[in-house]
Design a protein around this ligand. Sequence first.
Ligand SMILES: Cc1cc2nc3c(=O)[nH]c(=O)nc-3n(C[C@H](O)[C@H](O)[C@H](O)COP(=O)(O)OP(=O)(O)OC[C@H]3O[C@@H](n4cnc5c(N)ncnc54)[C@H](O)[C@@H]3O)c2cc1C
Ligand SMILES: Cc1ncc(C[n+]2csc(CCOP(=O)(O)OP(=O)(O)O)c2C)c(N)n1
Ligand SMILES: [Mg+2]
Length: 568
Amino acid sequence: MKKTGAQILWECLVREGVTDVFGYPGGAILPAYDAMLEYPIRHVLVRHEQGATHMADGYARASGRVGVAIATSGPGATNMVTGIATAMMDSSPIVCITGQVGSKLIGSDAFQETDITGITLPITKHNYLVTSAAEIAPAIREAFAVAASGRPGPVLVDITKDAQQGTAEFDWDAAEPHLTEALDAALPGDDDHREALALINAAERPLILAGHGVMLSGAEREIVALAERGQIPIAVTLLGIGGVPASHPLNLGMMGMHGEAWVNSAIQEADLLIALGMRFDDRVTGNLKTYAVHARKIHVDIDRAELNKNVRVDVAIAADLKAVVAEWLPGVQRVDRSTWLKRIDGLKGDSAVRDIQNLPDNGHLYAAHVINDLWRLTKGGAVVVTDVGQHQMWEAQYYKHDRPRSLITSGGLGTMGFALPAAIGAKIACPEAEVWVVAGDGGFQMTMAELATAMQERLDLNIAIINNGYLGMVRQWQEFFYDKRYAATPLSGPDFVKLAEAFGCWSTAVTHRSEVERAVEAARRQPRPAVIDFRVEQEDSVYPMVPAGADLHKMIRRPSPLVETGAD
Ligand SMILES: Cc1cc2nc3c(=O)[nH]c(=O)nc-3n(C[C@H](O)[C@H](O)[C@H](O)COP(=O)(O)OP(=O)(O)OC[C@H]3O[C@@H](n4cnc5c(N)ncnc54)[C@H](O)[C@@H]3O)c2cc1C
Ligand SMILES: Cc1ncc(C[n+]2csc(CCOP(=O)(O)OP(=O)(O)O)c2C)c(N)n1
Ligand SMILES: [Mg+2]
C-alpha cells in the first residue's frame, strides 16, 4: 500500500511499540507532525529540544524500552546534541528523529540547514540521512534494532522534507533489519569460562564490581546468586546502583571518587576483581598505576572495545552478562570467605562516627539529612532522578536503592540540566511510579522551563531543589584544590517558590530539618508537579573524596569534628 514518507514514519513507530514521543515542531519536520494526528501516539511538547532527548533517555532508563525524541532541522537538531551525548556515554537506547531541508537543497546553506549526521557522528551509535520515502521504513526499523541491541545507545535518523512528503510502497516485512554479527552478543570461548571459574574458586579475597550492565542485561538475579554462592562481596558503580539491592548484606555500596572508604580499600586489598558490566571509568579507578595491584581481574562486557581499555585484565569475556553468569553458576564453589568479609567489616572503622547522619539536629539543614529523610519517607520506593553535582553524590550515598532502574542519573557526561526532563520521561514511562527529582540550584536553572511541560502533561512529579547558593561541586574543588578562590561559583537564583507557582505548580521552601517531613508529605499528596526549595548548608562538601587521578585508597575524609561554615 502506498503511503507518504510521513505516514510510513508513524506507521513504523507504532509497529515498534512506541506510545509516547517527546518533541518540538518546525518547518522541516512539519509533514511528519501533520501526519502524526492520524496515529495513536502521545506527543509531549517540550520547551527545548535538549529536554526532548533527556526525556527520551529518562523514559528508556526507567522502562528499558527505546525512548523517542523528535525535532526540526538546524537549531532543533543542534539543541539535541547534549542529550544525545548524554545517552551515548551512559548506554541509553534512544532514537532521535530530525527533519532536514529538501534533498535538493542539501549543501546549499539552506534555511535551517545543518549537517546533523556529521555533527552527531561521534556521539551516536549510528545515524542515517534519509532522502527518499522508500528508505524511511528500513532506516527506522534498523535504528530501533541498533539502539536496543548489544550495548544500547542513541541513534539519529535525519529525514529530508521531500522524503516525508514523497510516497512509497509500505512493506514492513521487507524493511526487516539484518544486523551484522558484531552488533549482537559474540559468543565467548569455553576456555574463558573455565579460566574465570578457576580464578573465582581459588580466590581468597574476591570482589564483584557490578555496573550499569547488570541492569541493561537483566542480570540482577544472577549477580546476587553468584555473590551468595561464593560468599563474594559486591561493590557497585554509580550507574550500577539498584542493580543489587542496597540492603543485601553482601552489597558494600558505591566505589570510586565519592564511594565508601571501605569499598575503595577493599578494592585495593582484593586478590580478584570480577568486573561485570562496568567500564572502569576514571571516576571509579583513580590512579590506574596503583589500582588494585594485588588483584587478578576478570572483565565481562558486551562491548569488546571496553575490554583491556583502561585496566588490563587476566580474563576478558565479550558477551551478554546474564548468559555468562548463568553459565558460571553451577561451577561456583561454596567457599568460606568469612575472614575476608570480616576484614572488610573492620575497614569500615570510624566511618560511622564521622558520618553526618549521626549528628544531632543542630539547626543546620544538611543535604544529606534531606535525602536520608526522603529515603525514609518514601520507604525507598521512589524512582529518583538526579541532576549533576554534590546533591547527586549525596543522593547516591544517602538514598538506599533496593530496586533496579530506581536511580536515574547522568554519569558519564555528567550533564547538568538532566534531572527535570529525564524525570518527565521516567514518569511518562512509568505513570504508577512515585518520581522524585533531586536537583541542584544550578542544574535546575538550566532546564527549569520544562516545568511548563510537566504542567501541560499534568504530571504528578515531585521536585527537590537542593539549594546551596553555589555551583557546589565546583566550589568544593575550589575549596580543596584552588585555595578557596570561589571564581564564578556563588550563584543566585530566582525565588523558586514563586517561580514554581508561576508555572502553576505547588511549592514550599524548607530551612530547618524539622520541616522536611511535612514538606515531603505535602508534596506527595499533590496530584500536580510539586517543588520544594530546600535551603541547605551553603559550604558543605561531599566526603569521602578521592582527588582526580589520586590513588583510590587515599581519600579525603570529612574533618572531625564537623566544621560548619556558611550562613545559618
Ligand atoms: C559528579 C560525578 C561524580 C561521580 N563519581 C562517581 C563515583 O564516585 N563512583 C562511580 O562509580 N561513578 C561516579 N560517577 C559516574 C562515572 O563517571 C561513570 O558514569 C560510572 O562509573 C559508569 O558506571 P558503569 O561503568 O557501571 O556504567 P556505564 O558507563 O553505563 O557502562 C556500562 C557497561 O556495561 C556494558 N554493558 C551494557 N550492556 C551489557 C550487557 N548486556 N552485558 C554485559 N555488559 C553490558 C557496556 O558495554 C558498558 O561498558 C560520577 C559522575 C559524576 C557526574
Ligand atoms: C552542562 C554542564 N556544565 C557544567 C558542568 C560542570 N559542573 C559539574 S557540577 C557543577 C555544579 C552544579 O551545581 P548545582 O546544580 O547547584 O549542584 P550542587 O553541586 O550545588 O549540588 C558544575 C558547574 C556540568 N557538569 N554540566
Ligand atoms: Mg548548588
